[in-house]
Design a protein around this ligand. Structure first.
Ligand SMILES: Cc1ncc(COP(=O)(O)O)c(C=O)c1O
Ligand SMILES: [Zn+2]
Length: 575
């Protein structure tokens, strides 16, 4: 069988690797063969079922089977509840890149910070995994009409896959969903039902509608294909992290490596539940050594899980009316998903739930775009805002390997996020001067936009990465003429020749260090008045602090400031 233009080898039915998916009841342990129509346990009636496979045989065969396959979530199809992956439904779901966040990692003092970029999914969010696996399972079972409730992205993802599969979709959206997202859902031919109420209430209306009409209802964490789809994120991270380790690294013995932390923005908690199951499976099969700590981040205005976690409760108290601009994360009542997550996190993985404000989130969106080149939707930025908060609180060690799920970007940036002043207008004079051609008029107008004299800043640091980071901070937040010096000698010479308006100085450099540079600058009447900001990773001794006092304007500790903090200092000095 082939997926796209690449060949998959499917094990013969009856062989050890052939798929056996059981639905196991979380309450009484009863197991039955999985089909999407199985909604509850035949013995005790519980709706909480979980997929189980023949891990014994899969464990030995998986690494060999997976290696030659293309990067897609179907790479792990022996561990998914679809009997025959259908290439005609596929749009390249899963297999998103994992890359190092060099600039953000440097600002936070986390050299092993990685981003799993789920924006690069077919409809630009990690919910495509859920939609792809569900729609494949439903199609296989002959189901042709389904109902979902959504805060936006689930509906967009299911709409796209349902369109390909020829499945009619009813999407119940809370009225909090931005109009742009609603229109996208409708574009795919989905019947949108806008429920003027909270997301929890929209879910109830959808369930009642499905019940009355006898239609299949997608049930998030209680739906086996949904949890199984999300677990592929764990499999991919473990394979991709292994590929990024230097050869000979002891962690590489199995070809799978787990991070210390997995960060994700959380609404209903399906993502972390699935990802945690994935890491549990990898661990139980002996493929990874540890189960990562999960950091679930919510918005302050809708944080039932973070509140319950901090109060050490195993049940989350529902938030009746969420107060956040980030409607995507507005599950007020996470129900048993929270209880399960807490139980499993405490059992094996550790981790925590944290909450961040909308303002912190919007600020983080700017940082991610300007420092890492990633434009993400607010719901995805919540995870990064949580990371920044937890690093500052000392919960993450500088040596930790951290992966953040960049869950999506399916929404145009709204006015409120950018504020004013982000655009410069070029207006052509309505009347050209006699001697001007239209091109000259345009150039003159452009020149007026850029005519100001830009402050001249000298960056002194012996590491390329640090110079690039500071250069980027300056470039992204204003207009500067930037010079660089890679060592003390070069710094002194450049300062004497160029007389910059500001010097940003590192302390630890070979030969002439930052202290030496300062001494030389202050000994020369021309360079002595130039303001200096020291940016250093060094823990200063009291003597060193005394040496600096009166000599510099600001001391900033690497790993303790964000890009806009430094920019504020610079702006204040140059005014
Ligand atoms: C972009 C984005 N991030 C995070 C989430 C939270 O997902 P969950 O808590 O269901 O795993 C969602 C849910 O819709 C989302 O769309
Ligand atoms: Zn049962």
């Amino acid at each position: 069988m082939s997926i796209g233009n690449l060949i998959y080898t499917v094990p013969e039915p009856g062989t050890a690797a052939a798929k056996k998916v059981a639905a196991a009841c979380l309450d009484c342990g009863h197991q039955a063969p999985f089909t999407p129509n199985l909604m509850s346990c035949e013995v005790c009636g519980s709706q909480w079922l979980e997929a189980r496979y023949d891990y014994q045989s899969i464990r030995t065969e998986l690494p060999g089977l997976v290696k030659p396959r293309p990067s897609s979530l179907w790479r792990y199809h022996e561990l998914l509840p679809v009997y025959e992956p259908n290439p005609d439904l596929s749009m390249g779901e899963g297999g998103t890149p994992l890359f190092r966040a060099v600039n953000l990692g440097m600002m936070l003092g986390l050299p092993n910070l990685y981003i799993k970029d789920e924006r690069q999914a077919p409809t630009s969010s990690f919910k495509d995994r859920q939609a792809a696996v569900n729609i494949a399972a439903l199609k296989e079972a002959g189901i042709t009409e389904i109902v979902i409730a959504s805060t936006g992205n689930v509906a967009i993802a299911f709409s796209a896959y349902a369109a390909r599969a020829g499945i009619k979709l009813w999407a119940f959206l809370t009225s909090l969903v931005p109009a742009e997202k609603m229109r996208e859902v409708a574009l795919y031919g989905t019947q949108v039902v806008k429920v003027t109420a909270s997301y929890d209430q929209a879910k109830k209306v959808a369930a009642e509608f499905a019940h009355q009409r006898g239609l299949y209802l997608e049930r998030g964490a209680r739906s086996i294909p949904s949890v199984e789809a999300m677990k592929t994120i764990a499999y991919e991270i473990a394979e991709q992290l292994a590929a990024l380790q230097p050869p000979g690294d002891p962690a590489l013995q199995t070809g799978w490596v787990a991070p210390d932390w997995y960060f994700q923005s959380v609404s209903g908690g399906l993502g972390p539940l699935g990802v945690l199951k994935g890491f549990y499976e990898l661990h139980d099969m002996g493929l990874i050594e540890r189960i990562p700590a999960i950091a679930g981040t919510q918005t302050v205005g809708c944080s039932p899980m973070a509140r319950a976690w901090k109060a050490n409760r195993d049940q989350a108290k529902p938030v009746e009316s969420p107060r956040t601009h980030i409607a995507t994360l507005s599950t007020g009542d996470p129900g048993r998903t929270y209880t399960l997550l807490r139980q499993r996190m405490r059992q094996a993985s550790g981790g925590l739930f944290e909450s961040v404000s909308d303002e912190e989130t919007f600020r983080t969106m700017h940082i991610l775009a300007k420092m890492e080149g990633l434009s993400v939707e607010p719901a995805a930025a919540v995870a990064f805002a949580g990371l920044i908060k937890l690093v500052r609180a000392g919960s993450i060690k500088p040596t930790d390997v951290v992966v953040v799920n960049c869950t999506g970007h399916t929404m145009p940036i709204e006015r409120a996020i950018l504020g004013d002043g982000w655009v410069r207008n070029v207006e052509l004079p309505s009347k050209l001067r006699d001697e001007e051609t239209p091109q000259e008029g345009l150039l003159a107008a452009l020149n007026r936009v850029t005519a100001d004299r830009f402050p001249r800043v000298l960056i002194v640091d012996d590491t390329v990465e640090a110079r690039r980071l500071i250069r980027r901070i300056l470039q992204a937040q204003g207009n500067y003429q930037i010079m660089e010096a890679a060592n003390g000698q070069e710094a002194i010479e450049t300062a004497q020749v160029e007389l910059p308006d500001l010097i940003i100085l590192d302390l630890m450099m070979p030969e002439i260090d930052g202290f030496g540079v300062l001494d030389a600058l202050k000994a020369d009447a021309q360079t002595a008045p130039i303001p200096v900001i020291v940016v250093t990773a060094k823990d200063l001794t009291p003597e060193e602090k005394t040496r600096l006092s009166g000599q510099i304007h600001t001391l900033m500790q690497k790993g303790e400031f964000m890009s806009d903090d430094l920019h504020e200092e610079i702006d204040a000095l140059l005014k």
